[in-house]
Design a protein around this ligand. Structure first.
Ligand code: 13P
Length: 252
């Protein structure tokens, strides 16, 4: 089980990042549950200092596929590793929607992340109109095929996939546990087809989209949910800790 906090563009200044990461560093973490926080780039160093000696891992929210070069405003994987990042979120729907990130770009980044010993948390998910048109699996299937089909993956612990239905992000209304399970089982099947049953079957699948302390148990109890990617509830150490505590109970 993995509970990861995506801070988005919050707590970006070092003092704020240090404060929130410091609160999360106190979160008890049982062996069955891994915990991570993903601050903005500008908060990574301060968060890393606050997490020093804690079992909580650090992740970034994006990276460039090249190692260096004339790419103004971009950040390479090697620099994230040097800042103690274990994870990097790739292909979040906000990046797809606002910055035109494509599945092909996500594929290049995921390959580079693996080569750089970062664990990509690759996000997929359908919009409300796609779900209402009965196209959720078609859309998510294409995202998984294009972004992950070309990866050579021998070790399932090197990859995490997050199913984040766009209609559930930031709305306060999560997917129903059965809806999430249905999509996770579909993603699982697609990964097994791509990477074989042993590897695809063991990749951690996170659910994201309004996961909160009150709905975490019902979601995390589903057989193909291996954790959560938490947005607004990760911006307060107390509510994030409550979700981690639920994960520990479910995993026990
Ligand atoms: P919320 O938990 O705020 O809905 O955000 C989910 C998300 O986008 C995590 O990446």
């Amino acid at each position: 089980m993995l509970i990861a906090g995506n801070w988005k563009m919050h707590c970006a200044a070092p003092p704020k990042a240090r404060e929130l990461a410091g609160g999360v560093a106190e979160v008890a973490s049982e062996p069955g549950v891994q915990v991570a926080v993903c601050p903005p780039f500008t908060g990574l160093s301060a968060a890393a200092e606050a997490l020093d000696g804690s079992p909580v891992h650090l992740g970034a929210q994006n990276m460039h596929a090249e190692s260096e070069g004339a790419f103004t405003g971009e950040v390479p994987a090697g620099a994230l590793r040097a800042l103690d990042c274990r994870y990097v979120i790739l292909g979040h729907s906000e990046r797809r929607q606002y910055y035109g990130e494509t599945d092909e770009a996500v594929a290049e980044k995921a390959e580079k992340a693996l080569a750089s010993e970062l664990v990509p948390i690759v996000c997929v998910g359908e919009s409300l109109s796609e779900r209402e048109a009965g196209r959720a699996q078609e859309v998510v299937g294409r995202q998984v095929e294009t972004a992950l089909g070309g990866l050579s993956l021998g070790d399932p612990s090197r990859l995490v996939v997050a199913y984040e239905p766009i209609w559930a992000i930031g709305t306060g209304e999560s997917a129903a546990p059965e809806q999430a399970q249905e999509m996770h089982a579909f993603v699982r099947e697609t990964l097994e087809g791509q990477h074989g049953e042993a590897v695809g079957g063991a990749v951690q699948l996170l659910y994201g989209g309004s996961m909160k302390p009150h709905n975490a148990e019902a979601l995390l109890s589903q057989p193909d949910l291996d954790g959560g990617l938490i947005g607004s509830a990760s911006l307060e150490a107390g509510s994030f800790a409550e979700i981690v505590a639920v994960a520990e109970e479910v995993a026990a």
